[in-house]
Each structure stands twice: as structure tokens, then as C-alpha cells.
Ligand binder design. Structure first.
Ligand code: NAP
Length: 245
């Protein structure tokens, strides 16, 4: 037990989630880090005096066991997710689509439902969901990911209305290009293709996004930052970036 308020970060084993766990610990939270690669979470937890708990957001039982290990929760960061593939709809891979909808949409739904009673009981709860600019834009070959991120965003924004009058804030963070393991996962370990995504420009870092999440989380309780869009200076939209190549 800790007298610090508890923050739960899903997908805390790498990228934005790992950086967010560190930033929230610095801001005074006791952080519970969840992901499938719990060994990685445990290393970060040891560094920040947090707690690592295995979590697969696509698995109902795993989410129930995770929630049971988190009796108190002031802040939930729904970050677990990602993309698989980049194909036109005509060639869509149903398994990749199922993975994206399960991880981004159903995962956010499951974890949010499981922790909502604790967030409400805290008297000052906050749900921060990491969607993407893919939640507000569409691009060729990206319908599986943009569709999932749109749906995740709708889930989150609907809660903003449904929880009016209750002590829970809701913040959606919509990043553009961030250099993490995201593209490696999207292109199934193809390092060259993943590196190409960030070629000729300076992308956001995971720490850049974590800073923004920690800022939103540390505003006074009456201040609700509803949506925060952040992109590299060199990126104007999901399909327009300036590259020095
Ligand atoms: P990342 O480095 O690949 O991190 C993804 C995280 O999600 C990992 O910790 C992974 O952990 C976790 N995850 C995936 N499936 C999971 C599952 N079934 N259960 C639990 N955890 C799961 O990529 P990232 O860029 O930090 O991505 C974080 C979030 O930001 C994602 O929602 C992504 O869509 C979003 N985003 C990324 C970018 C970008 O350009 N990088 C831009 C906008 C939005 P395990 O594999 O250990 O389970």
C-alpha cells in the first residue's frame, strides 16, 4: 500500500506507456504498470517504486485479475494498443483487424469498465486515453487502424457525457508520429521499414507524449483538458510531413 495516489498505465512495457509510468511517478503517483511483457514492467516498477502486474487487455480474465490487484485507482491511462499492417481495404487481413479492434477498442472498454468503480470511489478520478490523429483522420491503407482509433475515441468521448456529474475527468491524447516500437509491431519486426516511417524528420519521443499526459493529470480537479493533439513540427497531418531527404 502507498499513500501516494494510484495511477494505472496499460501498455507500460514500452514506448509511450513506459515513459508515462516514469513521468507519473515523478509527479507523485504510485504507478501500477500493466502489459503482457510483465518482466519489462517489473524493471521499470523497480526503478520508480511502482508495481508491475501482468495484463492482456484482450483477455477478460486477465483484466479481471489485474483489476482485483488494483483496489484503489485515481488515474487510468488507457495506452495499450497499436497497429498491424498497412493494406488497402480490398486486401484487408481480418486477423490484423481483429487484433487492432481487440487491443485498442475492446481493451480500452474492458479495462475502463473494470476500474471505473475504483475511479468513482476515489472521489477525484481521471481517465486519459491515448488514441491518435488516426482517430480524427483517415488515410489510404490504414482503415483497420483508423477505424479502431475512431471507435476507441468515440468510446472515450461518450464517457465524458455519461460521467457528467460524477467526479471523473476525461482526457483524450491524440499523438502524431512518435518513435517507439509502434512501427516495428505494425510491420511485424521489419526494422528497415519501421525506420523509414521516421526518415528525414524529428518525430515526437515517448517522453514528449508522457510530459503532456503528466501535465493533464496534474491540473486542478476542476480543469478538464478534453482533447490534446500533438505532432512533430514537421508533420501537418497523417499524410503530410516534411522530410529532409
Ligand atoms: P509500443 O512501443 O509498441 O507500445 C505498445 C504498448 O501496448 C506495449 O507496452 C505493449 O505491451 C502494449 N500492448 C499491446 N497489446 C497489448 C495487450 N493485448 N495487452 C496489454 N498491453 C498491450 O507503441 P507506442 O507508440 O508506445 O503505443 C502506445 C499507444 O500510442 C498505442 O495505443 C498507439 O496506438 C498509440 N499511438 C502511437 C503513435 C506512434 O506513432 N507511436 C501515434 C499515435 C498513437 P506488451 O506487448 O508487453 O503487451
Amino acid at each position: 500500500m502507498s499513500d501516494r495516489p494510484t495511477a494505472v498505465v496499460t501498455g507500460a512495457s514500452s514506448g509511450i506507456g513506459a515513459a508515462t509510468a516514469r513521468a507519473l511517478a515523478k509527479a507523485g503517483f504510485h504507478v501500477v504498470l500493466g502489459a503482457r511483457r510483465v518482466d519489462r514492467c517489473a524493471e521499470i516498477a523497480a526503478e520508480i517504486d511502482g508495481t508491475a502486474v501482468r495484463l492482456d487487455v484482450t483477455d477478460r480474465e486477465s483484466v479481471a485479475a489485474f483489476a482485483a490487484a488494483v483496489p484503489d485507482c485515481r488515474l487510468l491511462v488507457n495506452n495499450a494498443g497499436g497497429a498491424k499492417g498497412l493494406e488497402p481495404v480490398a486486401e484487408a487481413d481480418e486477423d490484423a483487424w481483429r487484433w487492432m479492434f481487440e487491443a485498442n477498442v475492446m481493451g480500452t472498454l474492458r479495462v475502463t469498465k473494470a476500474l471505473l468503480p475504483a475511479l468513482l470511489a476515489s472521489g477525484d478520478g481521471h481517465i486519459i486515453t491515448v488514441t491518435s490523429i488516426a482517430a480524427v483522420e483517415v488515410y489510404d491503407n490504414g482503415a483497420g487502424y483508423t477505424g479502431a482509433k475512431h471507435a476507441q475515441s468515440v468510446l472515450h468521448r461518450t464517457l465524458r457525457g455519461e460521467l457528467l456529474g460524477h467526479p471523473v475527468r476525461l482526457t483524450e491524447v491524440l499523438p502524431g508520429m512518435v518513435e517507439t516500437e509502434f512501427s516495428l509491431v505494425r510491420f511485424e519486426g521489419d526494422e528497415e521499414r519501421a525506420a523509414g516511417v521516421y526518415q528525414g524528420l524529428t518525430p515526437l519521443t515517448a517522453d514528449d507524449v508522457a510530459d503532456v499526459i503528466a501535465f493533464a493529470a496534474t491540473r486542478p480537479s476542476n480543469v478538464n483538458l478534453d482533447q490534446i493533439v500533438l505532432k512533430p513540427r514537421a508533420q501537418a497531418s497523417a499524410t503530410r510531413a516534411h522530410r529532409n531527404i
